[in-house]
Design a binder for this molecule. Structure first.
Ligand code: LIP
Length: 305
């Protein structure tokens, strides 16, 4: 989405540099958290699998302070501030939307599939996104996404590599319906797919769909800070993002389809499909809708808790 009133290029440059600083602290934390004495730094939020570490809090504080100094009029929504009770309503004002460490469980297990997320929402729509994965000694060369140009076709869900997540809601209803959705093809409505992946970070899933390595990612239960940046990156790479079964049904036949409205951004149900090359008789967008339709007719809608 364009936001001509904001200088998105300079904000992007600034936030990328800030994400690198946050990435250094995450790297330092991932070493420190492995020491025996640091285990006290891992705490539980809503249950024993919803984890937060001292580094989630420290990284968010660092980023929040820095952004407040540089952009004093912008608002701020962050995962850890939200958990601590700071829950500003979404407005039309520019609002940074930050997850200090997405993939906290991976972080605690010293699995490097964890990222820092810095998004910007303006007029209630995601407009800018940075997803930063830090590695020791990493040098990255910028690549244009999707990696395949033109984008690859996708004939049907049966050829798709799909990302899903178990999330932190372990209630019986949620796990039962997710299990049956991820289960064998011979259950009622079941379908084949190449395979399922769960990397444990919503933002990484979005980035991998933008890249084209994953064909589709679906999750119920994550929050705007998990997806805000990924939405912008996936859309910029030709991906299409929408919300729940109902949101898809209501918008797929309209010109607004693919717009991530406030309802979708805050609705906690997300599906993203990579750029798909058009073929004779079908545009890329039609193919993306066909894949979502096929997927949503296969999985059960679940409540986000
Ligand atoms: C995580 C998400 C992940 C989801 C987890 C959790 P965190 O974010 O990115 O996809 O399955 O429940 O919300 O807690 O690591 O920032």
């Amino acid at each position: 989405m364009s936001a001509p009133e904001l200088d998105l290029d300079s904000i992007l440059e600034y936030t990328v540099a800030l994400a690198r600083t946050a990435g250094d602290l995450i790297l330092e934390g991932s070493e420190a958290i492995q020491s025996a004495t640091a285990s006290k730094d891992v705490n539980e939020k809503k249950n024993s699998v919803d984890l937060v570490t001292q580094y989630d809090t420290d990284v968010e504080e660092l980023v929040k302070k820095d952004l407040a100094a540089k952009y004093p009029t912008f608002k701020f929504i962050g995962e850890e501030s939200y958990s601590a009770g700071s829950r500003p309503p979404l407005t039309d004002e520019p609002t940074f939307c930050v997850d200090p460490i997405d993939g906290t469980t991976n972080f605690v297990h010293w699995l490097s599939l964890r990222v820092h997320i810095l998004g910007l929402i303006y007029k209630r729509r995601p407009v800018l996104g940075v997803i930063f994965q830090s590695y020791t000694g990493q040098t990255a060369k910028p690549l244009k996404l999707p990696l395949a140009s033109p984008p690859k076709p996708l004939g049907s869900l049966s050829q798709a590599l799909i990302a899903v997540e178990w999330g932190s809601d372990r209630g019986e209803k949620t796990i039962t319906s997710k299990s049956s959705s991820f289960g064998p093809q011979n259950v009622q409505g079941g379908k084949m797919a190449h395979s399922l992946r769960s990397v444990g970070s919503a933002a990484l899933n979005f980035a991998l769909v933008a890249q084209g390595g994953l064909d589709l990612y679906w999750e119920v239960g994550c929050w705007p800070w998990d997806v805000c940046a990924g939405v912008v990156i996936a859309q910029g790479a030709g991906g299409v993002v929408t919300g729940s079964h109902d949101a898809f049904a209501a918008s797929s036949g309209t010109a607004e389809f693919g717009e991530v409205t406030e309802e979708i951004l805050t609705g906690r149900k997300y599906i993203v499909v990579r750029a798909i090359g058009g073929s004779e008789g079908e545009t890329g967008l039609e193919a993306q809708k066909r894949i979502i339709q096929e997927f949503y007719s296969t999985v059960e809608d679940v409540d986000a808790n």
